[in-house]
Design a protein around this ligand. Sequence first.
Ligand code: FAS
Ligand code: PHB
Length: 393
Amino acid sequence: MRTQVGIIGAGPAGLLLAHLLHIDGIDSVVLEARSREYVENRIRAGVLEHGTAETLVATGVGERMRAIGLPHHGVNLRFRGRTHRIDFLGLTGKFVTVYSQHLVVQDLIAARLAAGGQIHFDVEDVSVHDFGGEAPSIRFRAESRAETLACDFIAGCDGFHGTCRPSIPAGVLMIHERVYPFGWLGILAEAPPASEELIYANHERGFALLSMRSPTVSRHLLQCAPDENPEAWPDERIWSELETRLGTDEPSWKLIKGPIVQKGVTPMRSFVAEPMQFGRLFLAGDAAHIVPPTGAKGLNLAVADVRVLARALERHYRAGASELLARYSETCLGRVWKVQRFSWWMTSMLHRFEAHTGFERRIQLAELDYVAGSRAAAMALAENYVGLPLELP
Ligand code: FAS
Ligand code: PHB
């Protein structure tokens, strides 16, 4: 087998890259370890930055998102029982779209297959070879047959636990990491969200987030121990804790309960691997970096990476110029670290840290008071949340 760009991973990064390359007339093959059914139903992110939504629409895969996605013009911070709205539209002229990641994946797979794109699901034993030279290749097993995909470039879009990043020779990568002393217990419930916009709550007992997937499906998250066992959280305990942490002095406000259809715990870390490239292997998305989901950035950062990579590959094939490829990592890391900062800041401001002294707890509440009371501080939150402009070189 041969293609121009071999892509490992059919998550948002790999699929969007394949789609963008196709638009530029560049051939790719996507290799995915899981089944199509699995990747199309994996519940993860839920908020699309303004630029992400624009990219999907501009490249012809945003139709369903525009039809059923929920435009959100602001977000709420709740602490000490009071609710403070951050007005994205008023402050930035932009908004975000609530549209589940698994639907983005479905839309991209449908578009690729309709265009005759190659996506091999359920592949096994994927390994990458000779990417330090001019003729890289990917070996894998498909339907128990050993295959080799010869390509010009390899895009490692295989997530945090993938094979690409560990394949880069020892001593090349500098790893930056912070592991947080908590995780999130996330649920999906068949219950209308009790708020039109998201509510991020800082409470003595811990963080809580009221989010949603549609007018009838709620997505709620609770700070918990990083190794929490979801089975230790029967539905009643989850609803009771959400009611406490989302509690408000607005007497009419009430959380709406319903059948919990999905429950899971996600540990929380900040992680960056530098550089994001080696030879003809390019890392994108979670393969290169992880952010705590408090800033709703994971999926959006993957989109930003592959927009840079697609542009660089287009320049290489169309103009025979490889300066953008040479600067891929430098270009991406500029945004990656600004997004890491924002995600770390939102996480630090909103979560309960057992190790916090009384002073640190009061500084945290002062930070929230400042954001709630200052237009400049609210603007800083808003412009990061809707998405910083993507500076394509
Ligand atoms: P992905 O992990 O999505 O995709 C990588 C793909 O590569 C997977 O399909 C995997 O099966 C495949 N793969 C791995 N190894 C392979 C191999 N050796 N061969 C072939 N294929 C291989 N972000 C938010 O913004 N908000 C959230 O609320 C949020 N919640 C999350 C909850 C969970 C449980 C997790 C794990 C992540 C969450 N994220 C969230 C982050 C998430 O959305 C990621 O940022 C996003 O999926 C990144 O996309 P990709 O880089 O494509 O990686
Ligand atoms: C979600 O709806 O899954 C979600 C929303 C905002 C976040 C994290 C997760 O910051």
